[in-house]
Design a protein around this ligand. Structure first.
Ligand code: NAD
Length: 436
């Protein structure tokens, strides 16, 4: 078993560190955020991720999982160092590598062991691992040999622990067999198929995978938009398409588009990566445009239905970019709330987990409710934005009992139309006929 350090304890770094300790490695996670580290030392996760707290506590207790703010302490005996810091998008859409560069400097200034393998888990443009190597070399204090390996992450927030133990593949990009086999050895206990390739291909696999999934989403959303106009039902269309094994049933759920910390920024970064080599990525640009339009679909539908939204009370159900996470990055709810406020609507929002984070990004323009019922009370309109279990399992008569007028715009197709037809609810969804 290896001595491992993980730099950055966000959704990826923390889950990676905790899971690596769970399969037997001795892991030290380092973060510059003191408050986060204090919490984690007590076994409390700073992020909401099902199962994470329990797994943290278990591995802290058995002595294999440690947290620190000191890079020196984390890297002292490390044989493998994972970089899992953020790579947010810059204004031009390209990936901001400042945190990766800083992490590389931190590594250079603090590693002591010869032969350490530096693994980039952050999503980074093709060629970044070469830069990581250069940045480390430039700041090394002693003549220490190290290797750089690309190991992109494919976990999904909300099921991150499950994904780490049951992922479809682990991609290892390396330029020498020694480094590749060390990282293969580290990951072997997960029992997941490992694909070894060169560094640039590994970097590209991550962007190409996210761009492909985003394309699938925008494609089905466009089909849904057409279904509405021609009188077809997107649920049946998607099911019928998915029966073809060449297409497959996954990622064919029509809705109000993708959000989150990965698809929006990674698609834009790939357009930039292509642009840098004089390739105009028309297809991916269209995917992004479709998604931008799709995020405001519910507001558009409400505008068409009511003429003006001025003074209307709108209950916004769900804020996180998807269920089972508190992550608000690029959530459709942000765009929807802003549009509604712009139209003069009075917005009351509810989310079971993400409201604290939402308050940081949607600020004072809207009100927050402590329950679905409180949000729905006397509302003119309900908009379903995130399909949390609590929201998608809400009995339809709740809309009738609490709202002034039970008009529901469902951005996640939570209800079967036959069910809705049994209740006195006006219901508009995506890619299906409206029930009036
Ligand atoms: P995040 O923003 O949640 O966390 C990053 C953490 O790194 C923060 O806690 C920050 O304080 C810390 N940090 C920054 N600089 C540091 C330094 N020099 N030393 C120590 N700590 C430092 O990020 P995330 O969502 O976990 O994403 C990390 C990377 O993984 C990104 O490149 C992202 O694209 C990629 N990724 C994310 C997901 C996801 O679902 N979130 C999935 C796959 C890949």
């Amino acid at each position: 078993m290896k001595k491992i350090a993980v730099v950055g304890t966000g959704y990826v770094g923390l889950v990676t560190g905790v899971c690596l300790s769970d399969i037997g490695h001795d892991v030290t996670c380092v973060d510059i955020d003191e408050q986060k580290v204090e919490k984690m030392k007590k076994g409390i996760s700073p992020i909401y991720e099902p199962g994470l707290d329990e797994l943290m506590k278990k591995n802290i207790k058995n002595g294999r999982l440690h947290f620190t703010t000191s890079h020196k302490e984390a890297f002292k005996d490390a044989e493998v160092i994972y970089i899992a810091v953020g790579t947010p998008q810059k204004e031009d859409g390209s990936a901001d590598l400042q945190f990766v560069e800083q992490a590389a400097k931190d590594i250079a200034e603090n590693i002591e062991r010869d032969g350490v393998v530096v693994v980039t888990k952050s999503t980074v443009p093709v060629g970044t691992n070469d830069k990581v190597r250069t940045w480390i070399k430039q700041h090394l204090k002693k003549d220490i040999h190290f290797d750089v390996v690309s190991n992109p992450e494919f976990l999904r927030e909300g099921s991150a622990i499950y994904d780490t133990f049951h992922g479809d593949r682990i991609v290892i990009g390396a330029d020498n067999e020694r480094a590749a086999s060390i990282i293969e050895e580290v990951n072997k206990p997960f029992g997941i198929p490992i694909f070894k390739t060169d560094i640039h291909s590994a970097e590209m696999i991550k962007y190409a995978s996210n761009a492909f999934l985003a394309t699938k989403i925008s494609f089905i959303n466009e089909i849904a938009n057409i279904c509405e106009k021609v009188g077809a039902n997107i649920e049946d269309v998607a099911y019928g398409m998915g029966l073809d094994t060449r297409i497959g049933p996954q990622f064919l759920r029509a809705g109000i588009g993708y959000g989150g910390s990965c698809f929006p920024k990674d698609t834009k970064a790939l357009v930039q990566i292509a642009g840098d080599v004089d390739h105009k990525f028309d297809l991916l640009e269209a995917v992004i445009n479709v998604n931008n339009k799709q995020q405001v679909k519910l507001v558009e539908k409400a505008r068409n239905r009511f003429g003006s939204l001025q003074g209307k009370k709108v209950a916004l159900l769900g804020l996180a970019f998807k269920p089972n996470t508190d992550d608000m990055r690029e959530a459709a709810s942000i765009v929807i709330a802003k549009e509604l406020v712009k139209d003069g609507a009075f917005v009351v929002a509810y989310d079971p987990i993400a409201m604290e984070n939402a308050k940081c990004v949607i600020d004072d323009e809207i009100m927050y409710a402590n329950s679905i019922e409180e949000a729905l009370r006397d509302a003119d309109i309900a908009m379903i934005v995130t399909e949390w279990d609590e929201i998608k399992n809400l009995p339809l008569d709740t809309f009738v009992r609490f709202m002034k007028t039970p008009v529901v715009f469902d951005g996640r197709n939570c209800y079967a139309l036959e069910e809705v037809a049994k209740h006195n609810v006006e219901y508009h969804s995506i890619g299906r006929e409206s029930i009036l």
